[in-house]
Write a protein that binds this ligand. Structure first.
Ligand SMILES: CC(C)(COP(=O)(O)OP(=O)(O)OC[C@H]1O[C@@H](n2cnc3c(N)ncnc32)[C@H](O)[C@@H]1OP(=O)(O)O)[C@@H](O)C(=O)NCCC(=O)NCCS
Length: 221
């Protein structure tokens, strides 16, 4: 999550390229046009809506959520710009951001982002944040499984990376729990509040994920 964009620096895009990409890839890669709705046992994942901005501001801008991630926007307008940016990036085919909506609710309580690390999305990085009222409820695991399935099955990624500051106990615990493998430490790789933090690099390989999905295999404990 730490490296995932909560910024707008990539905003200036070639509009024509976006339109052409959206128009020509529709049949093979519909997700570039609009994300599908993914339904889990506790929550639904769907495209972000501009109307999610107030709820996301309330959920993600608290100190405990934002502590180890790139600083989220601090206003509703800032979240609206982020959501508009996420839609444009998705249309280019290099990024997706799902809103997490627990069953029985209409608004988002968190997000899952996945971005390609190279053209073609063969390797990717994911990041996530959920409002603290929903921590420990099972919503994370439920949503994470849907996102990882989508990344391997639909986008076609074969290696999914995540970075978590070593000091981020819940972030590391969540990645361990979902079955990610700890590959190493990225020393002083994340600047937060004027301090460079070490991060753990966690990965999930498509083959391992598929094996763990087979009946009888243990994945999430
Ligand atoms: C990361 C996040 C989405 C995970 O959701 P969550 O609901 O808290 O996750 P869960 O409770 O299902 O899993 C976290 C695990 O870490 C464990 N954990 C909590 N604090 C821990 C700590 N200090 N050290 C080690 N493990 C810890 C929990 O016990 C839990 O494991 P368990 O269910 O086996 O007991 C959520 O905590 C969040 O939004 N955090 C803020 C944003 C963030 O840091 N994002 C991740 C960046 S990599």
């Amino acid at each position: 999550m730490e490296k995932m964009p909560f910024h707008e620096s990539d905003e200036i895009r070639d509009v024509h390229a976006v339109m052409i990409a959206a128009a020509t890839e529709v049949t093979s890669t519909d997700w570039r046009r609009k994300l599908p709705v993914l339904t889990g046992s506790l929550a639904t994942l769907r495209e972000l809506r501009l109307s999610d901005a107030p709820a996301l501001l309330a959920m993600l801008s608290t100190e405990e959520v934002a502590r180890f991630i790139s600083p989220p926007p601090t206003t509703i307008e800032g979240f609206e710009r982020f959501i508009a940016w996420a839609h444009r990036e998705r249309a280019t085919g290099g990024y997706v951001c799902f809103a997490v909506v627990p069953h029985g609710m209409d608004t988002a309580v968190g997000i899952f982002q996945v971005r390609q690390l190279e053209p073609g999305f063969s390797t990717a990085e994911w990041g996530f944040a959920i409002g603290s009222a929903f921590w420990g409820t099972g919503v994370f695991v439920d949503a994470a499984k849907l996102v990882v399935d989508f990344t391997f099955d639909v986008i076609g990624t074969h290696r999914l990376e995540a970075r978590a500051a070593i000091a981020n106990g819940r972030g590391n615990g969540a990645l361990r729990k979902i079955g990610a493998t700890q590959e190493g430490v990225l020393r002083k790789s994340f600047l937060r509040d004027g301090e460079y933090l070490d991060q753990t690099l966690w990965t999930i390989l498509e083959d391992d994920w598929r094996r763990s999905r087979t009946p009888g295999a243990t994945r999430v404990h």
